[in-house]
Structure formats: structure tokens, C-alpha cells
Design a protein around this ligand. Sequence first.
Ligand SMILES: O=C(O)CCC(=O)C(=O)O
Length: 297
Amino acid sequence: MWAAPRKRFIQIIMTTEADFQKFVDDGYLIIKDFLSEADINEIEQKCYDIVQEMNPNEHTLQTFSTSEDDQNKKRNNYFMESADKIRFFFEKQAVNEKGDLTVDKHKALNKIGHALHVLDPVFKKVTHSQLIQRVAKNLGFKKPVVVQSMYIFKSPHVGGEVVPHQDSTFLYTEPMNILGFWIPLEDCTLENSCLHFIPGSHKNGVSRRMIKAEDGVSTTFVGPLLEFDNDKFIPAEVEKGSLVLIHGEVVHKSEHNYSEKSRHVYTFHIAETEDTKWSKENWLQESNSMKFPPLYQ
Ligand SMILES: O=C(O)CCC(=O)C(=O)O
């Protein structure tokens, strides 16, 4: 899959052969100046408009009830049914026990997911842009589909930690052929909790999988939860408009955002379909009404 760099790839996205080799070696790659200021503004404005129209009571209050079981069931359903929808996931710290927001709704969200790339024209356009298509082609993807998209907020003070993980834990294919596109819309630094990677950690397979539980409406983990040496993580500080390519098996994380600054990101994942099987055990499944869209024909 991760073929040798081609000249075209290097010319088009203006990186060097050494950079490309870095992706193969490290499992991630930062490409500067990928999106224009106009594109960034358009995405941010679109997200603002989506949140502006959203009534938090319809998305948080319904996940709260007096019974813990009932509450968990509603939360699970809300998540499990989000593959073909635009749904709103709030930060734990931004919602009190009654289900009321403790901060402005624009600063209370953890993320929006998981079908922005299908249902919203702006996100669709960015996801299927020629530049993105060329990156995937030049990395050797033959028939990739876009399986999910997310707008991540990492809001000031409430933006929660993302524990060390591999994306293929959640999006599993056989053989493993997952690639994440992670596009910061604001500068990401140590202060507002940039990503951290363990370079080279994509070479040892996937230790743990999240699969649909027997009840069909919740998820469970199988496989050991590995401990990672904190000293091995390298911070990836990036400027807004960069593209961070994330190999499906590279271990990465981000810390809680205790700063005054948000850290907005648009991210999506592609999966190969040629000679590759999407696991029926993944929480994320295409439905009859919404098939995973091809990145290109
Ligand atoms: O944006 C972040 O902080 C983490 C995102 C991430 O790890 C993921 O989407 O897999």
C-alpha cells in the first residue's frame, strides 16, 4: 500500500522525497500550507452556522435521564446511529448533572460527526478536493471510500484528553488500510494541545479493537490495552491549514486543553476497498440509505 514516493506526489503537495519517506518510517506526515486561508474561513464559518442552528436541548438533554442504564443506552444509540448523520457530541466538563450546558454552546462541543462529508456541501467539497484525491492516489489507494468525518473543537478549558490509540482500533479492515486526514483550522501548539505521535509505532499491528457488542447497540473492546511510554511521544505542533496524514496504525494522543485557545480541526478517514474487507464488527457501518462514498471513481 505505502508505495515508494512518486514525483507527482512531491510536486503537487510541495513536499520532499525525504518527507514522504518520513511518513513511511514514522506513520505520520505534516504537510504545510495545504489549505488556503479562504478554505479555512469557509469551513470554520460553515461549522459556526451548523452549531448556531443546533438546539443543545435536542442533543444533550435527551442523553440524560434519572436512570444510569437508560442514560447510557441513549448515549450509545445517539453515537451508534451517527454514521449517516450530523450529530453533536458535548464535552463532559461542559454539561452539568441536569444536562444543562455550563458554557456557551459554541465552546461546549467535543466534536460533530460522522457524515459531514456527505451531508454538507462545504465539507463534501473539501473532502473530495482534487488535492486530497491526489494524495490518496499517490499513496497507492486504488478504490478508497470516505468512511467518516469529524469537526473537532478542543475548546478552551473543557477540551478533553484523547488517550493513546490507533485509528484502526475503531476502523478495522483486513488487511489494514486506513488513512486519516487531519486538517487544523487553527495553529496547534503544546499550549492548546496538539497531537503527539510515537514515530514508527504503526509497524507492530493493532493491539486492541473496538467492536459492536452482542446487544448490537453498544461497543466493547477486545485485546489488551497497551501502556505506552510517555517519553516516546513526539509533539506535532502545526500551523493552521496544514495537512497531517495519519497512518491507521500509528499510536497518537492529545492532552486536555487547559488553555484559553480553542483548537479546531476538520478530520476524515478513508479506507481501501480493493482486496480489502471492511469489518462487520466495526461500530461504523454503511447503511442502505448511505453507502460510504468513493473518494474517486
Ligand atoms: O484531534 C485530536 O485531538 C485527536 C484526534 C484523533 O486522535 C483521532 O481522530 O483519531
